[in-house]
Design a protein around this ligand. Structure first.
Ligand SMILES: Cc1ncc(COP(=O)(O)O)c(C=O)c1O
Length: 388
């Protein structure tokens, strides 16, 4: 019987037993750049750490197992993973991408991939007729679900039907839900992207990225590309991510539980004009989430009555940190306009619904009563100041 995901976060079946690594429960950090050969034409299985390193390899096997892929590749950051992914495409190729994506992905597509001759249709994949954008030179559909930061939810199976019909790759950035809550490859995706900096690492202490696939032809291309472009994850960072993954399940459960409580609290606030959390039955993607995911995650985006109110929240929070990033044990609050989406042109940001009064919360694993107490104090103080 297949093992449960919490067990898979801790144990890699194929490397179990007492003979390997002296029985060490924590996988060793092989801090080496190169490997001595036992003789001409003989190898230990490793040549040079840009190609592969045992610690990175162990992590890659764990992530491949969690995502039900045949291979996973670990990169120095999520953006390094996405930049290498774009090497699958050639000048003249066209991609359909979600309009609302992490700002760094949009910046990469618009400034680097376009310069390299790739064109994009930025569309709302959860609402628009995706098939009508397919052209003769279209090669892939790229989505995040839920998206960063507007939490749009795309039906992965539905989009994968369109991708299959037109022989396109379906690429899903699964950073927000992680394999603990969602497995896009099982729903018809060909490639899964992760910023491992977020929930997989989980402790706001290192950066990483992943590409996972269940296709042999893509795996071969990726292996060629990682050794050629050289953005593989270093051994110590690989170990940090491995350690983070051990507690992925309990972190995801606890942060989701906290997020649900905070989303409900936000909904009751007069100063909040909109709460966007896919775990709320009023969210347009709620039913799709229930169908394709095992949870709703812990990311909440909300709109305040004014820019002034939003900025005051950022000024006043103390335990909740005003910081970029997400997915760690500490709760972070982010201002997409000047942080994660600063480089996205204003008109596109606004078309996606990101305004100067939009805030994004990455809910951590603190005691939720402390989070609510701080939010309540901050909101009451601002209301007192702004409304007398
Ligand atoms: C959804 C998503 N994908 C990719 C990235 C890029 O990852 P990294 O910051 O590790 O380069 C981020 C970063 O915030 C993200 O939120």
């Amino acid at each position: 019987m297949a093992r449960g995901i919490e067990t898979k976060c801790l144990h890699l079946e194929e490397e179990e037993g007492y003979s390997s690594n002296y029985g060490a429960l924590s996988y060793p950090i092989y801090q080496t750049a190169t490997y001595a050969h036992p003789g001409v034409g003989k190898s230990t299985g490793y040549d040079y750490s840009r190609l592969q390193n045992p610690t990175r390899e162990h992590l890659e096997k764990v992530v491949a197992t969690l995502e039900n892929g045949i291979d996973a590749l670990a990169f120095s950051t999520g953006m390094a993973a996405i930049a290498m992914l774009m090497e699958l495409f050639a000048p003249g190729d066209h991609l359909i991408v979600d309009a609302d994506l992490y700002g760094g992905s949009i910046r990469l597509f618009n400034n680097i991939s376009e310069k390299n001759g790739i064109t994009f249709s930025h569309i709302d994949c959860c609402k628009e007729d995706v098939e009508s954008y397919v052209r003769g030179n279209t090669k892939a559909i790229y989505v995040e679900t839920p998206t960063n930061p507007m939490m749009n939810v795309t039906d992965i199976e539905k989009i994968s039907g369109i991708a299959r019909k037109h022989h396109l790759l379906l690429i899903v950035d699964n950073t927000f839900l992680t394999p603990y809550f969602q497995n896009p490859l099982d729903l018809g995706a060909d490639i899964v992207v992760h910023s491992g900096t977020k929930y997989l690492g989980g402790h706001n202490d290192t950066l990483a990225g992943f590409l996972v696939t269940n296709r042999e032809d893509i795996r071969e291309k990726f292996r060629f590309l990682i050794k050629t472009t050289g953005a593989g994850l270093a051994p110590f960072d690989s170990w940090l991510i491995l350690r983070g993954i051990k507690t992925l399940g309990i972190r995801m459960e606890k942060s989701q539980q906290n997020a649900a409580a905070i989303a409900n609290w936000l909904q009751e606030q007069k100063a909040v004009t909109k709460v966007i959390y896919p775990g709320l039955p009023t969210h347009p993607g709620y039913e799709t989430m229930k169908k394709q995911a095992r949870g709703f995650g812990a990311m909440i985006t909300f709109q305040l009555e004014s820019r002034e109110f939003a900025l005051a929240v950022l000024e006043k929070v103390r335990m909740i940190k005003f910081a970029e990033s997400l997915g760690g044990v500490e709760t972070l609050i982010t201002y997409p306009t000047t942080q994660t989406h600063a480089d996205v042109p204003k008109e596109i940001r606004e078309r996606n619904g990101i305004t100067e009064s939009t805030l994004r919360l990455s809910v951590g694993i603190e005691d939720v009563k402390d989070l609510l107490e701080e939010l309540d104090k901050v909101f009451r103080e601002i209301e007192g100041k702004l409304h007398g």
